[in-house]
Design a protein around this ligand. Structure first.
Ligand code: IVH
Length: 706
């Protein structure tokens, strides 16, 4: 009997191992080689299969499994860690003359007529050190001051192109790989767009929340304390070196091997003989770089032989065997034709410069935001001026300055509009703010943007309702707010330009389908100031229904974790605004899902047995993810925090519990197991009895309580 059991476990273990290897291979194909061999559907199926087996056999879950990328718990701060060897920075230059001087210094010092270099892209992100031991990713750190950096292991683990385990060809000893974390242009654009959409009416400072360039975005995303945020940012990694030579003779060989071990190495690295070849290769990339899916701000030139590198040594700051060649900034002079005032969803009026189109960083540009009126005044930009435009971080066009010496006298000073350019309503400038805001709730610009937000994927997810159709619906008078969407008639829709029968049907069915969206999505869709996706979810969890949420007092709203007075105030006033009340009636009449009491926390069904108790979770819990376990604790009235302190009541420890459990013991905090926890909240209440062996977390949401 025992034998059969053992055999069964062995074969499950093998199957888990096989699935992990297969998924790792597909991750590599997809994220590193950009050449997927299977469809997303097939990939998801493999992941699901692995998740299923791991949930049934929690003791077989290991930290290098592809299912374990996101730990799901914020940390309180980063620990400082020491690099194996210091991470130096690099001398850099914009001129080929300096490159020739560099080459001469190297040749003289090595006493050779010609040097073999490796020339690679200079990735514009932030440097990191990745440690692997027994092929497993064990630690990752930022550069910091070069000697010690921040331990950002949990954030790095969420980056899909970073292998949690190297393949068989890699060495077993502890190695430290050096590389760069970057943000692909696509992720950068997506994130800034999201941030722009989340700008709130009365928080003009939010404009400053936009990332200036992918490098800042990468740094911000890696240095957040919550790995779940990093996971959403779509970061990438490129490896370009190691601490030491790892037993290889040349840098090129090292790169080849890093690639063989499964690490992402950018392919355009080339061996160049002599500085002329180096300069040719740099020239080749000045234009070609714009076609890359990520930013590079130059090329890095490295002496190929490790023996020669050693001979050359380093100054206090820089190695003498490497130099960065930075590409010239992409700027162009053009004529500012006019300035348009755009009104956003939040009512902010943004001046946008329209200029004669110029070629910049590989694309044609003809417009750039001027941000606000203070900036226009500070730069003394006038209509008709010649201006210098640049691509900030190579992506966002930006007006650097005007050229007053080129003025003819016919240029016009740009004045702040006194009325909203869209609705003619009053505009308001908040104290100490550089932004003008249209105050008219019915302004078509605001209405259109709020409907686009309402229909967006993370809100009501109405397919086929993009900005162009919304424009037509609002301009034709058919829709005055998002509530009207649910009362659209097909024959009227067909009156819209280019609206064919089939598109009308699709749109209507998309609208009908959206009525079933979960209440959290609806709360997000409403466009309440300061309420984004996460807050909407928290509100849905706490109140369960729109009725309860709309009746909540300021105090009750503030009881929801992470909701402060400002957010509470915007939720409270949203539901007391007569216009909004009217729209909500339309949504109710249309039969949207306004939620139900069962869904809410603190319903009488759930005994608040953990009231006031503070938990910290650590290790792998059997069959339930940490976020789901945290949710469960909150539903019973407890709270969860990321780190152990004297105030912690219980540390809930699963398999491979780490330092948190040790700290708990030191502080005399009680450490309990999952089973003990279940006893605390009452038998059977977790809804998992393992009978059908499905994913515990899945059942948890369908269990008896909910
Ligand atoms: S090698 C001593 N290679 O540039 C040389 N660095 O300005 C160590 N960087 O801190 C770095 N791409 O963050 C190297 N292909 C590349 C690189 C690269 C980008 C960054 C790195 C470094 C900075 C120095």
């Amino acid at each position: 009997m025992k034998n059969i059991e053992t055999q069964k476990t062995m074969s499950i273990e093998n199957e888990i191992k096989r699935l992990r290897e297969e998924i790792r291979k597909h991750d590599y194909n997809y994220y590193v080689l950009n050449a997927p061999e299977i469809s997303d559907f097939e990939y998801d199926r493999l992941m699901q299969e692995l998740r299923g087996l791991e949930n049934e056999n929690p003791e077989l879950v290991t930290s290098d499994s592809p299912t374990q990328r996101v730990s799901g718990e914020p940390v309180e701060g980063f620990t400082s860690v020491k690099h194996m060897v210091p991470m130096l920075s690099m001398d850099n230059t914009y001129s080929f003359e300096d490159l020739k001087d560099f080459d001469k210094r190297v040749r003289d010092s090595l006493d050779v007529p010609q040097v073999e270099y490796v020339v690679e892209l200079k990735f514009d992100g932030l440097a990191i050190a990745l440690q692997y031991e027994n092929k497993i990713f064990v630690r990752g750190a930022t550069r910091g001051d070069g000697t010690t950096g921040d331990d950002v292991t949990y954030n790095l683990r969420t980056i899909n192109s970073l292998p949690l385990k190297l393949n068989d060809a890699a060495p077993d000893e502890l190695i430290e790989i050096r590389g760069e974390v970057y943000m692909p242009k696509k992720s950068f654009e997506r994130i800034n767009k999201e941030r722009e959409e989340n700008m709130t009416r009365h928080s003009p400072g939010a404009a400053r929340n936009l990332f200036a360039n992918p490098r800042n975005a990468a740094a911000g995303s890696l240095k957040t304390l919550d790995p779940r945020i990093t996971a959403k940012r779509g970061l990438g990694v490129f490896c370009y070196g190691a601490a030491g030579s790892l037993g290889f003779d040349t840098h090129a060989e090292l790169l080849d091997n890093l690639k063989k071990w499964g690490l992402p190495v950018s392919s355009p690295a080339k061996i160049c003989y002599g500085i002329d070849e180096v300069m040719d290769y740099c020239n080749e990339w000045i234009d070609k770089r714009h076609n890359l899916p990520f930013e590079t701000d130059g090329m890095v030139i490295k002496v190929n032989s490790f023996a020669e590198q050693e001979q050359l040594g380093a100054t206090a700051k820089y190695p003498r065997w490497a130099i960065a060649y930075k590409f010239p900034a992409e700027q162009a002079v053009t004529k500012l034709e006019n300035v348009e005032f755009q009104v956003g969803r939040t009512g902010h009026i943004t001046p946008v410069a329209h200029f004669q189109s110029v070629q910049l960083a590989g694309t044609k540009v003809s417009r750039a935001t001027l941000h606000n009126f203070d900036e226009i005044a500070r730069k003394d930009i006038r209509e008709g001026d010649y201006i210098v435009v640049e691509k900030a971080g190579e992506i966002i066009p930006y007006v650097v300055k005007s050229l007053p010496e080129k003025r003819t006298g016919s240029e016009k000073i740009i004045r702040e509009p006194e009325k909203c350019p869209v609705c003619g309503g009053d505009v308001y400038r908040y104290k100490d703010s550089a932004f003008l805001v249209c105050e008219n709730q019915g302004c078509p610009a605001l209405v259109k943007k709020s409907i686009v937000h309402f229909a967006s994927r993370n809100a009501m997810n109405i397919e086929g309702l993009g900005p162009a159709i919304v424009d037509q619906l609002v301009d034709s008078g058919m829709v005055k707010d998002y509530g009207d969407l649910y009362f659209l008639e097909k024959n009227k829709l067909l009156g819209i330009e280019r609206m064919a029968e089939k598109s009308a049907d699709n749109l209507l069915s998309g609208i009908i389908k959206s009525k079933k969206q979960p209440v959290a999505k609806l709360i997000n869709a409403l466009g309440i100031r300061n309420v984004g996706e996460a807050t909407a979810r928290a509100l849905a969890e706490r109140f369960g229904t729109i009725e309860k949420l709309s009746a909540a007092s300021l105090e009750e709203l503030q009881e929801v974790s992470d909701i402060g007075p400002e957010v509470a105030e915007s939720v409270f006033s949203f539901f007391r605004n007569p216009n909004n009340e009217e729209v909500l009636h339309k949504l109710a009449d249309a039969g949207l899902n306004f939620g139900n009491d069962e869904y809410a926390t603190n319903t009488k069904n759930i005994p608040q047995v953990l009231e006031g108790k503070k938990f910290v979770l650590t290790g792998t819990l059997p069959g339930i993810s940490r976020p789901d376990a945290s949710e469960l604790i909150r539903k019973f009235g407890g709270s969860v925090s990321g780190s152990v302190s004297k105030k912690t009541d219980y540390v809930l420890a699963g398999a491979e519990a780490g330092s948190k459990a040790d700290k708990a013991e030191r502080l005399g905090v009680e450490v309990i197991s999952w089973e003990e926890f279940l006893e605390m909240v009452g038998d059977g209440s977790d809804g998992r009895d393992g009978r059908d062996g499905r994913d515990g977390s899945d059942e948890f949401s369908q269990g008896t309580l909910f």
